[in-house]
Design a protein around this ligand. Sequence first.
Ligand SMILES: [Zn+2]
Ligand SMILES: [Zn+2]
Length: 419
Amino acid sequence: MDERWQRPRGTQDILPDDAARVEYLRRLVSSVAQLYGYGRIETPVFEQTAVFVDGVGDGTDIVQHERYSFVDAGGVALTLRPEGTAAVARAYVENGLSAWPKPVRLYYWAPMFRRERPQKGRYRQHQQYGFELYGSPEPSADAEVLLVARRLLAGVGLVPQVLVNSLGCEVCRPGYRAALVAYFEKHGPDLCEDCQRRAAANPLRVLDCKQDRTIAQGAPDIADFWCVACRAHQDAVMALVADQGLSVVREPSLVRGLDYYYRTVFEVHDSSLGAQSTVLGGGRYDGLTARVGGAPVPAVGFAGGVERLLMAAGRRIPGEGVPRAYVAQVGPGREAWRVAELLRDAAIPTEVDLMARSLKAQMKEASRRAAVVVLAGGQEWEAGRVAVRGLRDGRESEVPLGGLADVVRTWLDEGQEGE
Ligand SMILES: [Zn+2]
Ligand SMILES: [Zn+2]
């Protein structure tokens, strides 16, 4: 095929069956949000570039290598949103949400754009859902978002494995950083090229590097540097979620790839995904609003990729298989159309022939696409009745037009239960 007419590398077309599964997840996310009182926020697909460079941090892969940035005709530097948290922080500040009663609970579901190396389950345009809780510095806020994450994953049959860590605060992180830098200096020549470059400026990122895992394992543990407040915060978060039956494991090497995290960071894994097992991740980002023009506000949250969640949940998420009725036309006439609209009036998904098929061909089509077929027209019609057939169980009946919708609905429902 001529390359001009192929979709851009790393993007995807979502066809109806997968789109139905995506839609199922969207409804799940919004119902979990509702249960915990999170309101939906929508921000623009693009922002001024500074929101992400300053908000996410220009030492990150997202900002350095993966941005889709452009200058528009008015000379404004813009970037397609690569992640949701910095954009929501910008909106929080700009719309004065700090004046709202605390805490402010927000969630989003939106496309993100990153020029990543294409790999399984990663797309350059992908959808993310995220939960953001603003205004509370308390460990209970961290615990709540972890419970939200658990409930979300339970909705698709996943039992999450939760890893947590604390990156400390402005009091204790500098000591840890210095110890890390000293440690990596010692191992300088053994680090991968990227890490040799960034070890001094951004030593936490080396802990994230897959190539330098062995060296990272011997690195100083931040737990030995936590101040009293950070240690108490971490202990309280772990105790609160354990209280609710969610077991979490502390992972010393967990740092997450973004600059804005403060204290708590966490990742939720699913073993069925193998090496790329992270389903969602998040943490606390108390200083983020100050990076995008506001006063510092305590905040905690998480985000996850929809495609990842689809992969992890697999076939536990139903596809497009909505049970449908099919109305076949008997003989010449337009009775089938009238009956189909009648069923749709009763909210029953219904298809009708558009291909000028014979009755026999319509019946064949019905058996492929529907669970119940209605025959409209002919002698029965004259008597004010229509024939109904269950395509899975083979049952037949002749009912008056007025009672048709009830019969079709009952048969469709019974067919569902039998599956
Ligand atoms: Zn601290
Ligand atoms: Zn490395």
